[in-house]
Design a protein around this ligand. Structure first.
Ligand SMILES: [Zn+2]
Length: 374
């Protein structure tokens, strides 16, 4: 085995796969899984065992997207121990490339294009070093997929030397709704029954990054991180911009919730000495359909929430309490400002009528059903 040569092959295929644009949620995701399929089909092992390489469709997917599943069975001893290798074939969008977007998936041409841009010094240094390959998806995670494919290939060369089995799943829609992985799970269970696979571990070669400037450590993460997405729907009361104290602005409430929860380490979780990243808002927006001088009636905000152990049941009371605190702070602030406004305009201050109410969806549903029936 010549690892320098294999390294070169990994690099070359990573670049080739990057050239196949496959932005999540676009029909081109299919081109990416096809490319992976073709690469695997070319292996001698799958010519001999074509039934061990196939597409797994995402059920009821409007774009008809799929994932690629491949496995090799070791022939040394009779171990059924199986390792599953997973990678995703889609990427995030390319609009952040701005004026050079057309080159986002052309790693060979990007360095020249970058010369046209104003770049920060560290990017200029990286560019000049020649040590980097650029392009949407090269890092996240087409190189990772290429590594897995080449590992699988090496093990497939002589199955008589392999004790146990290897499964590769190259999934689509990872940057979106995880349709690819969700589609592959039942297939893995089917293989468990059909082939008697005893799953030992999953290996995911998605990217990892330095944890701080100048961090030279290369990390291998063990275990899993859960993701929850608490979402808040804020209902205010409309007011005309000329008479704002008559209403309560749902954007004000939503921004207070962001202030409370965003980057707040009190909401991070620790397990075995490792702490999760704090929550970060993924969207904040009101639902006013057009411009008007009326304030919005509703808005919403949702957060990415990493967990190590918490289930939604444990997390919900915590974020509800946070939202209540945020909501109350808005009302207090409004009353303080209204008092000043009243004083300066020489009329009597009266406490504003707002009360902070934070309900879970289940509580809201229960109240509506009690009022309106099913
Ligand atoms: Zn990724």
């Amino acid at each position: 085995m010549n690892w320098t040569e294999i390294g070169q092959q990994i690099r070359d295929f990573a670049v080739e796969l990057t050239q196949v644009k496959s932005v999540v949620g676009s029909p081109q995701e299919l081109d990416s899984t096809k490319k992976v399929m073709e690469r695997l089909e070319a292996m001698a092992y799958f010519k001999q065992h074509p039934d061990r390489l196939y597409y797994v469709d995402i059920a009821d997917d409007q774009l008809g997207r799929n994932s690629v599943l491949a496995y090799i069975k070791g022939e040394k001893g009779d171990s059924q121990k199986t390792v599953v290798m997973i990678g995703h074939t889609d990427t995030v969008g390319t609009s952040d490339y701005g004026e050079i977007e057309a080159y986002a998936t052309r790693p060979d041409e990007l360095p020249e294009q970058y010369q046209k841009l104003i770049l920060p010094q560290d990017a200029i240094d990286d560019l000049a070093s020649g040590d980097y390959i650029f392009g949407r998806g090269i890092f996240d995670m087409k190189t990772g997929v290429s590594i897995l494919i080449h590992l699988l290939e090496q093990f497939s060369l002589d199955p008589s030397q392999l004790e146990g089995n290897l499964v590769l799943a190259a999934v689509s829609d990872e940057e979106g709704n995880s349709g690819g992985m969700l589609g592959v799970v039942p297939e893995l269970i089917r293989l468990q029954q059909k082939e008697g696979f005893e799953y030992q571990a999953m290996v995911d070669t998605d990217y990892s990054a330095p944890r701080f400037d100048g961090d030279e450590t290369r990390y291998l993460y063990v275990g899993t991180v859960g993701k929850l997405m608490p979402s808040f729907f804020c209902v205010g009361s409309e007011a005309h911009g000329g008479d704002p104290f008559r209403g309560i602005d749902p954007n004000h409430i939503a921004s207070a919730i962001v202030q409370e929860i965003n980057f707040n380490m009190d909401y991070a979780e620790e397990a075995e000495g490792e702490t999760t990243v704090p929550p970060i808002s993924l969207r904040l927006q009101d639902l006013k359909p057009e411009y008007s001088v009326q304030t919005a009636k509703t808005s919403y905000v949702y957060f990415n929430f990493s967990t190590h152990t918490s289930t939604p049941d444990a997390m919900l009371p915590k974020v509800k309490a946070g939202a209540k605190k945020a909501f109350e702070s808005v009302i207090d602030q409004l009353n303080r400002q209204y008092r000043i406004y009243a004083e300066r305009n020489h009329f009597e201050f009266e406490e504003l009528p707002w009360k902070a109410r934070v309900l879970s969806y289940a509580e809201l549903l229960e109240q509506v059903m009690a009022e309106r029936g099913d």
